[in-house]
Design a protein around this ligand. Structure first.
Ligand code: CA
Length: 230
């Protein structure tokens, strides 16, 4: 079944270009040209993914993203933001807004399509291995669920993938580069992208409450998490 992508972009040329490349790659696209329309579209039929421009008339992309995240029906929908402002990246992928990924403008349509595929791949794993755990934290890949002391924890797809990568590594140190490759699908990391990992780890720790400190920072390298033995 074709995946349904909602493309939110007010500039007609960019919107057409994005839709053209996504459709060529087998996706089904719907479009919105402003924030309120985007929210309406997303509620009418929940898309598999949203490509969301940051600069939009009426309601900007940050606010649209926040509202999608705070609505239970759309909270888990992966969001890729388009942004020309590099100084917004921390907010976009951080606690405040919670997008799953971002693509800087100007971008190559091919790169955007690759990111869309990567985000969708991560949000729906093909195989279903055993439940992974670290003390009070349990992650069930089959159900795509995380619990803390038996209670459900709401994670974004990125946070989920990050936690799964750390649990699977079973105490091995994972570098930021490794995590960027595994979770974000980047071939190489620059400074901004490395900070993306830190921002997500911070957010993940906060959501794991008293167990958050189990994710240890390994100075200048990356992160490790001592998982329970199978
Ligand atoms: Ca725009």
């Amino acid at each position: 079944m074709a995946r349904d992508v909602l493309v939110v972009e007010d500039e007609p040329d960019i919107r057409r270009l994005v839709v053209l490349h996504l459709e060529r790659d087998g996706f089904r696209c719907r479009t919105a040209t402003n924030g309120p329309d985007a929210l309406r579209e997303a509620k009418t039929a929940v898309p598999d993914l949203v490509v969301l421009d940051l600069m939009l008339p009426e309601l900007d992309g940050l606010e649209v993203c926040r509202r999608l995240r705070s609505d239970t029906s759309t909270a888990a929908v992966p969001i890729i933001m388009l942004t020309a402002k590099s100084d917004e990246v921390d907010r976009v992928v951080g606690l405040e807004v919670g997008a799953d990924d971002y693509v800087g403008k100007p971008f190559s349509p091919k790169e955007l399509v690759a990111r869309v595929r990567a985000v969708l791949r991560r949000s729906r794993p093909h195989h279903a291995p055993r439940v992974l755990s670290a003390g009070p934290v349990a992650l069930d890949p089959a159900r795509h669920a995380v619990t803390l002391h038996g209670r459900a924890v709401e994670l974004t797809p990125k946070e989920f993938d990050l936690l799964q990568a750390l649990l699977e590594a079973a105490g091995r140190v994972l570098s930021r580069e490794h995590l960027l490759n595994r979770v974000w699908g980047y071939a190489r990391a620059d400074e901004i992208e490395s900070r993306t990992v830190d921002v997500h780890v911070r957010r993940l720790r906060a959501k794991l409450g008293d167990a958050g400190s189990r994710i240890a920072t390994v100075k200048t390298v990356g992160y490790r998490l001592e998982a329970d033995r199978a």
